[in-house]
Structures are given as structure tokens and as C-alpha cells.
Design a protein around this ligand. Structure first.
Ligand SMILES: [Ca+2]
Ligand SMILES: [Ca+2]
Length: 221
């Protein structure tokens, strides 16, 4: 019995050492989070959605100005929304299949600032946990919650995001979403910039899961 406990402890320590090593290389699950890669206004790895009915306008463009780091940032703009016609400027990225571990904790962050944020404009951030290959029924398995942060935006870059959000059971990928909507007032306009989007496992979270997993295995024997 004593030998088995020793073995278990040794395995646990190896798991901690291994995970700590991985954490140091900071596995960012978002590709091209700084928008440095792309073709003109289109950023690689990102979906850019522009929804508006004329004369209202929405645009989502990679721009080589107003950047926080590097040479490029993402610009979201909505103009001329009306009470009857809303606008949507949105960026989205789905991480790779099996890039997340259900039960593990993650931090999502990005930098954002506003050149103009009119009354009636709202800005949301969200991380959804998806079963992206349909192996657990497909669809959305959980969410960070949809958080509105337009009121906190200023004309200098600030850090926004979530800490310690837990990947939902049955999920295999994360979908990161940032979007701006106009329309609560006629003519509501907004112009904001986003840079340096990241999604990383919290240090130690995967190690604790590994140890928990081993304890579970032992109980099953
Ligand atoms: Ca950048
Ligand atoms: Ca799956």
C-alpha cells in the first residue's frame, strides 16, 4: 500500500512539473491575436461580420494604425443605426478542435479603446464553449456570459477579458467573440479598436485536473 501511495505522489509531482513547464511557454489558443497576419482589411484566422441595412453602416477592418502592439489592430465601426435598424460589427475566432480541456480554467484578455462611443452603442465580449466536432451532441455547451463593457472604454488602450472561466463539460473548443451593436438611439455611432486577443489555460489548472484524473483512476481500480 505504501508503495502505491509513493507511486501516486511521484506521478502527481511529474504531472505538476510537466504542466508548469508547459505553462511557461504560455500556450495561447488564439491564432493571430495581434492581427499582424492578413490580407489588407481581412485578418487571418478571424471571422469578421458586418451587419447593417443602409443607410446604416457597419465595418470590421484590420487597420495598420491605432495599434497597441506590432503594426496592426482591428477596427470596429457602426454608424447611422436607427431604432428600427440595428448594426453589428463583430469579430470571432474558434480555437482548434480539442484545444481546450473540459473542467480546466482559462483566462481570456484583449486590449480595447474607443475613438468614439456614442449613446446607444453597446460592446460585448463572450467566450463560448463548443462541441465543435459534434461528438457530444454539438453546439454550445456553456458560456462565460455575455458581458457589456462599452461604458468602460476610453481613448487609451485598457485590458478587458475574463479570468478563471471554466470550460464546460462536453466542449472541445472555445469561440471568442467581441462585438459592437448600435441602435438603442437613432444615429448611434461607435468606433473602437481591438488588439492582442489571448486565451490561455490558467497556470496549474491542467496540473490539478491531471492529479484529479489519477485519483479517479485509482478509485475505479
Ligand atoms: Ca497588433
Ligand atoms: Ca467534441
Amino acid at each position: 500500500m505504501r508503495n502505491r501511495i509513493t507511486t501516486f505522489l511521484a506521478m502527481g509531482i511529474i504531472a505538476i512539473a510537466y504542466s508548469a513547464g508547459s505553462a511557461r511557454v504560455a500556450a495561447d489558443l488564439i491564432a493571430n491575436g495581434g492581427f499582424e497576419l492578413g490580407t489588407g482589411a481581412d485578418a487571418d484566422n478571424w471571422s469578421q461580420f458586418e451587419g447593417a441595412t443602409p443607410p446604416a453602416l457597419a465595418s470590421v477592418d484590420r487597420v495598420n494604425m491605432m495599434q497597441a502592439t506590432g503594426d496592426w489592430a482591428m477596427e470596429l465601426s457602426v454608424t447611422g443605426s436607427t431604432l428600427s435598424v440595428g448594426t453589428n460589427a463583430e469579430i470571432q475566432q474558434l480555437t482548434a478542435l480539442n484545444s481546450i480541456t473540459p473542467g480546466a480554467s482559462y483566462d481570456m484578455s484583449f486590449l480595447a479603446k474607443a475613438a468614439n462611443i456614442g449613446p446607444g452603442v453597446v460592446v460585448f465580449m463572450e467566450v463560448q464553449w463548443l462541441d465543435s466536432d459534434g461528438s457530444d451532441g454539438g453546439g454550445v455547451k456553456g458560456s462565460s456570459g455575455l458581458v457589456q463593457f462599452a461604458g468602460s472604454l476610453t481613448n487609451v488602450y485598457q485590458l478587458f477579458g475574463f479570468t478563471g472561466i471554466v470550460a464546460a463539460p462536453g466542449s472541445d473548443a472555445a469561440q471568442v467573440d467581441i462585438r459592437m451593436n448600435g441602435g438603442a438611439f437613432d444615429g448611434s455611432d461607435g468606433l473602437i479598436y481591438i488588439d492582442d486577443v489571448t486565451l490561455t489555460p490558467e497556470p496549474g489548472s491542467l496540473a490539478l485536473l491531471a492529479i484529479g484524473g489519477m485519483a479517479l483512476l485509482r478509485r475505479r481500480r
